[in-house]
Write a protein that binds this ligand. Structure first.
Ligand code: ADP
Ligand code: MG
Length: 350
């Protein structure tokens, strides 16, 4: 049986509003890292609070390690669930040293194990030299390492992290991602990481779940989410996506940028919208080409180009920084998708 088992969880805070979490199911295996990714208000924190036992579900089941924590008849309090939590705000005890903050997480263990675990956790998060300092004497990143050590000390069966690094600057955030990943893997911790940052989710997680208005729209490996988004929302939320009208024929999907393979297998005659990722668009300089460069944004290793097609539609393209095309230049557009993603057209456009 999977370590974490969530089945059809629903939570509504007010009868007039949409549910904060709606029919949410997910299972995590031992040692798996899952990220929940979604915009603000999509239900990410609510999902974590239901798992931790800070909220009671209106319907559904929370089971951890094969044991029911919450369902119609059962509701175990947070302290009986063996779950660790790290929040966005550091939530350390200001009057306790680093060592004492970490030891607080271990207060229920026997004294000998406690001492060993305490030193071990300090070392794991690289804070041994700071053991005697107080939280206000630490940087944001160091404080978040203490919070992580405190949560992991008792070896929780599941670690829940709610946007733990969103208060840190970009460099420190990247470093903390790497550290968190290494620590979770080293300890074999099962973790659920909530974030609104796609890079964070993709970098750390084995699987990513995309939440939209309380509903899980897709759960899959990062590559699946990026290359085979199940819905338009997922396509747009994860990376840059443009959509072009297409018509399915015997030969494939006819679009303004050429014939694409009908890998989704739509019946002939279907009107669709094809998802185009910037990394699938090649630009060939050609004065007779029917596309025009509108703008280019130099980003160091690559250039982000906006191109106008004959219909007036615009698409984006990633190009190497050696690109010679400039705004006003003409080009031929070639699409090279690894896998064609298309959705049924929502409005008749032909
Ligand atoms: P996220 O963490 O993805 O930003 P939340 O889970 O915090 O989203 O919130 C999901 C929805 O539930 C939002 O519309 C929010 O306003 C609502 N909500 C969350 N907690 C409460 C609460 N305690 N009382 C009323 N509404 C709430
Ligand atoms: Mg939240």
């Amino acid at each position: 049986m999977s370590l974490l088992h969530l089945e059809a969880l629903t939570k509504r805070f007010s009868p007039h509003d949409l549910p904060a979490l709606d029919d949410f199911s997910l299972t995590a295996e031992h040692g798996e890292i899952i990220a929940l990714l979604g915009p603000s208000g999509s239900g990410k924190t609510t999902a974590l609070r239901l798992i931790a036992g800070f909220e009671r579900p209106d319907a559904g089941v929370v089971a951890i390690g094969g044991k029911i924590m919450a369902d119609k008849n059962t509701f175990l309090p947070p302290e009986a669930r063996g779950v660790g939590m790290v929040f966005q705000e550091y939530a350390l005890f200001p009057h306790l040293t680093v060592e004492a903050n970490i030891a607080f997480g271990l207060r229920k263990l026997d004294p000998r194990t406690r001492g060993q675990r305490d030193e071990g956790m300090l070392e794991t998060v690289g804070l041994t030299p700071f053991a005697g300092r107080y939280p206000h004497e630490l940087s944001g990143g160091q404080q978040q390492r203490v919070a992580l050590a405190r949560a992991l000390g008792p070896r929780p069966s599941v670690l829940l992290l709610d946007e733990p690094f969103s208060n840190l600057d970009a460099d420190l955030m990247a470093q903390m991602h790497q550290e968190l990943y290494t620590i979770l893997r080293e300890l074999g911790t099962t973790a659920l990481l909530v974030t609104h940052d796609q890079e964070e989710a993709f970098m750390i997680a084995d699987r990513v779940g995309i939440l939209n208005q309380g509903r899980l729209e897709q759960l899959g490996r990062p590559e699946e989410i990026y290359h085979r988004p199940a819905t338009r929302f997922v396509a747009r939320f994860v990376g840059k996506a443009d959509f072009l009208p297409g018509r399915v024929t015997e030969e494939g999907i006819e679009t303004e940028i050429g014939l694409l393979p009908n890998t989704p297998g739509f019946p002939r005659g279907t009107l669709v919208e094809v998802m185009i990722r910037p990394d699938h668009i090649e630009l060939i300089p050609d004065p007779m080409g029917n596309a025009m460069i509108l703008s280019r944004q130099y980003r160091g290793p690559d250039i982000f180009v906006v191109v106008r097609l004959p219909s007036g539609a615009t698409i984006h393209s990633h190009q190497p920084s050696t690109l010679t095309l400039h705004p006003g230049d003409r080009a031929k557009v070639l699409a090279r998708p690894t896998h064609v993603v298309a959705f049924l057209a929502t409005k008749p456009w032909l």
